[in-house]
Design a protein around this ligand. Structure first.
Ligand code: UDP
Length: 277
């Protein structure tokens, strides 16, 4: 009998089981594929990402990944140069596929089984995105990489990340960035800006805090999908910490989990997150 989505299969029992979640969706911005402050693809960075993902896989969580493309091409920027937006967005989506292929190859080189699912059909390099296939791959403990965003122009890969997280029933969206989390103001210009540990969806909206673009944010709010914004670049172990439920970065959710109010203990959040570990 196939295991139910969100439940560990026999294969996961062979892993360490230290993860706080059964299933996570990791959003990697295109910038995480480039050298610091640069553009393009830095294969050493891709290798480091693959090592982080491999270490997290050993913790026992199902891992799905949505890959951005901003290191190579952004539709909004091309539009400012007069390019037709829909065409520019397709180029942006193809850019995510280039990153995704590099990541897939690097992760497989470490011995993990992966599947690349694309929102735009490209049969020679990726499977087309089909929810049931994605779920089946996750149940059989493959690392699933989603490319080409939603497959439609006028969206971002943040929106794709929320969408795919909901589709594969991930308990939390882990948004790996190059900042420590969400701040009360702009830390570059406001000396009083402080890192927020927890923000509710409503507070983020009222205070105009930048978590994700508005489409992505309202989709996660409407469906109660928690988002953890954390720094993936300052320390490669941060992804492991996030998956083990350590209180790093900023958690955005409907209510603060009790662990936040009580102590600095690791938060157990998410829809169906593991308890008592
Ligand atoms: N894009 C799109 N539809 C989607 C996802 C992405 O049209 O569902 C295009 C859009 O042009 C975007 C580009 O792909 O600028 C790269 O994605 P994004 O900017 O989200 O990448 P990131 O900022 O995460 O690197």
């Amino acid at each position: 009998m196939p295991s139910r989505p969100g439940r560990p299969s026999d294969a996961s029992k062979r892993r360490s089981g230290k993860a706080a979640y059964h299933r996570v969706l990791l959003k990697l911005t295109g910038q995480s594929f480039a050298a610091h402050g640069g553009s393009g693809i830095d294969l050493d960075r891709v290798g480091a990402l693959a090592h982080s993902i491999s270490a997290c896989y050993q913790l026992g969580a199902d891992i799905a990944i949505v890959v951005g493309g901003g290191n190579l091409f952004k539709g909004t920027q091309a539009e400012q140069h007069g390019m037709n937006r829909a065409v520019a967005d397709y180029v942006g989506m193809l850019a995510t596929c280039i990153n995704a292929l590099c990541l897939q190859e690097a992760v497989e080189r470490l011995g993990l089984e992966t599947r690349l699912l694309s929102g735009i059909e490209m049969r020679d390099v990726a499977e087309p995105f089909v929810i049931r296939r994605a779920l089946r791959h996750l149940e059989t403990k493959r690392v699933v990489i989603f490319a080409a965003g939603t497959g439609s122009p006028f969206f971002t890969t943040d929106t794709a990340a929320v969408l795919r997280a909901l589709q594969v029933r991930a308990e939390i969206l882990l948004k790996g960035t190059d900042v420590d989390g969400v701040y009360s103001g702009d830390p570059r210009t406001d000396p009083k800006a402080r890192l927020l540990r927890h923000v509710t969806y409503d507070a983020a909206l009222q205070q105009g805090l930048k978590v994700m673009d508005s489409t992505a944010f309202s989709l996660s709010k409407d469906h109660g999908l928690p988002i953890l914004v954390f720094n993936m670049q300052s320390d490669p172990r941060n992804l492991q910490r996030a998956i083990m439920g350590e209180p790093i970065g900023t958690l955005v959710s409907a209510v603060a989990p009790p662990a936040y109010a009580r102590s600095s203990a690791a938060p157990r959040v998410g829809r169906g997150a593991r308890r008592g570990k």
